[in-house]
Design a protein around this ligand. Sequence first.
Ligand code: ATP
Ligand code: ATP
Ligand code: MG
Ligand code: MG
Ligand code: MG
Ligand code: MG
Ligand code: MG
Length: 302
Amino acid sequence: MSGSKFAYVKSYELPDPLLPGTFLVFRLDGHSFHRFSDEHNFTKPNDVRALELMDRAAEALMKEYPDIVLGFGESDEYSFLLRKSTSLYQRRQSKIVSTLTSYFTSCYVFHWPSYFPDLPLKYPPSFDGRLVVYPGEKEVRDYFSWRQADTHINNLYNTAFWALVNQGGQTTTEAHATLRGTVSKQKHEILFSRFNINYNDVDARFRKGSVVVRVEIPEEPEPEPEEPAPAPASSETVDEEEKVVARTEEGEKERKQEKKDEKKKKKKKKKKKSAPKTTLQILHCDIISDGFWNEHTGILER
Ligand code: ATP
Ligand code: ATP
Ligand code: MG
Ligand code: MG
Ligand code: MG
Ligand code: MG
Ligand code: MG
């Protein structure tokens, strides 16, 4: 295909492949959701409907892209880990970032009415997206620890802040001033002594964020195909000569080989067929310590 005299401009498009064999972390974040959450009357500090909608869009994205092995969400952001051997879109950076951001965004809008049935969207929300390449497991784990630590810091602050405003009668300016310079222990103390809130009793969804993993569905064991019973020595129509051939050593060998081949084929078929079926699960658990990673070893493999 020679194309028009204008086609040379295509060559200005530069390839943007990501380094092979590296972990790809894709993160998106709601654009100006401070305003978006105000305009759509999100409950402060945590609107459950909005968080569940984020989770729903994340699940949809992970269903569409099987190479995403882990998702982590908080507030208006979600991070996704693509397995290191992924060849999604030939690892073209802008292609991956733009399609994933776009798909997530349309799922968010598509499912909005299920979570906000009485509140139509006032304007179309958008998300920014970026992709970071990480060389090893340590950096990937530290990345997700970083995000979950952020969830904790933000949520503790916001829980204390909104308690001061909603229950303590402070203005937002006063509440910010009260919390300025406080360390985490002091925020716990304010929550407990003034508002009788034990921070550890706050919903884990808010404290830990959402962790989306693929888990195997235990498959019902297929009944072992029964070994065909040895053919009864039928005297009916079998040619005597054929019987003789079958009994010779050569015939025996051949039949054994055939049987072996048949078994191999079946095994191969079974192996192919039984790529484990998985389903998505949303957890609100700690992903900073080793426990989670020991339980989900598959995430960092491949
Ligand atoms: P940017 O475009 O730079 O991301 P932003 O306004 O979205 O700007 P963020 O730092 O992403 O700023 O913060 C998102 C804000 O959206 C939060 O501070 C919070 O006010 C609001 N928000 C997001 N999700 C929720 C939720 N589930 N419940 C209540 N508020 C939320
Ligand atoms: P990629 O995912 O890499 O973008 P693609 O198949 O979408 O691959 P494009 O170069 O984007 O490739 O081309 C989009 C194709 O979609 C066009 O070649 C055309 O066949 C079809 N298409 C897009 N818009 C229209 C339209 N309005 N009417 C008819 N066909 C369209
Ligand atoms: Mg931001
Ligand atoms: Mg944002
Ligand atoms: Mg954000
Ligand atoms: Mg296209
Ligand atoms: Mg096109």
